[in-house]
Design a binder for this molecule. Structure first.
Ligand SMILES: C[S@@+](CC[C@H](N)C(=O)[O-])C[C@H]1O[C@@H](n2cnc3c(N)ncnc32)[C@H](O)[C@@H]1O
Length: 225
C-alpha cells in the first residue's frame, strides 16, 4: 500500500486494526525473548498501539515509527500524554519519558535515527504490506536493529482470493524465505483465529490462522585473523 492509502485511512478514522487492549500474544510470549528491563524496543508501523504502553511498563525504552501524524497525535491525546516535539531531518520526533515516536516513512530511517535497539515487536506491520513491499521490509528491519537483536512477529494466513489485504496473508513458508538466513526463525504459537475476527468472516474468509514468531538476528561468523 502506498503512504497515501494510510493517510486516508487515518483521516477517515478507518482503523479497524487498532486494538483497545494490549495484544495477548505480546503478554504471553514477550518474556520468552529474555530481555533486560532497560532494553530499547523498536515498534515499526506502530499506529497508536497501546502495546507500546505495556512495553514501557516493563521498564523498556520504546521507539515507534509511524508515518501518520494523526495516528501519533491520537496516541498522545488518548493516553493523556504531552510530548516534546523535535523537528528532525526525516520529520517530527515526539518524546515523553522513555518513549519516542518518529513520524516518518519506515524506509527512510537509518540506525542513526532510531538508536541501538535490542528487540522489536511487529504486530500488523509486515502484514500491512503488499507481497512486493515485504522483502524490502525484512531487509530494512535487519539493517535497523542491533546485531543479536530479537523480536516477536505476528502474522495471519488465509486464502488471499477470499479477501483483499490489508491485512495480507503471509504464508508460513514466506516468513522463512523473507527472514532467513539473517535471522533464526521459530514459530512459537499458531491457532485457528477465524472465530475471533468477525469483520474478516463478514468479508468472506472461511479459514484464518494466526501465528506468533520469534526472530533472532544471527551472529556473523568471526572473521579469520
Ligand atoms: C495495520 S496498521 C498497524 C498499526 C499498529 N502496529 C497496531 O498494531 O495497531 C499499519 C500502520 O503502519 C503505518 N504505515 C504504513 N506504511 C508505513 C511506512 N512506510 N512507514 C511508517 N508507517 C507506515 C500506517 O499508517 C498504519 O498506522
Amino acid at each position: 500500500m502506498d503512504l497515501e492509502f494510510w493517510h486516508e485511512r487515518w483521516q477517515a478514522n478507518q482503523v479497524g486494526f487498532h486494538q483497545g487492549e494490549t495484544n495477548r500474544h505480546l503478554l504471553r510470549h514477550w518474556p520468552q525473548l529474555g530481555l533486560a528491563k532497560d532494553s530499547r524496543i523498536l515498534v515499526p508501523l506502530c499506529g497508536k498501539s497501546r502495546d507500546m504502553l505495556w512495553l514501557l511498563e516493563q521498564g523498556h525504552t520504546v521507539v515507534g515509527i509511524e508515518v501518520s501524524q494523526l495516528a501519533i497525535e491520537a496516541f498522545f491525546a488518548e493516553n493523556n500524554l504531552t510530548p516534546e516535539i523535535h523537528e528532525e531531518h526525516y520529520g517530527r520526533r515526539y518524546v515523553v519519558d522513555q518513549l519516542e515516536l518518529l513520524c516518518a516513512d519506515f524506509f527512510s530511517l537509518g540506525q542513526q535515527d532510531i538508536g541501538v535497539v535490542s528487540a522489536f515487536f511487529d504486530r500488523a506491520a509486515l502484514i500491512a504490506l503488499t507481497p512486493a513491499q515485504r522483502p524490502r521490509y525484512a531487509v530494512h528491519l535487519k539493517q535497523l536493529i542491533d546485531h543479536g537483536a530479537s523480536g516477536l512477529l505476528i502474522t495471519l494466513e488465509y486464502n488471499q482470493l477470499e479477501m483483499n489485504g490489508p491485512p495480507f496473508s503471509v504464508p508460513r513458508e514466506e516468513i522463512c524465505h523473507l527472514f532467513e538466513p539473517g535471522f533464526t526463525v521459530e514459530q512459537l504459537f499458531q491457532f485457528d483465529a477465524l472465530a475471533e475476527y468477525r469483520r474478516f468472516r463478514e468479508k468472506g474468509l472461511t479459514a484464518l490462522t494466526e501465528r506468533v514468531w520469534c526472530l533472532r538476528c544471527r551472529q556473523l561468523p568471526a572473521k579469520p585473523s
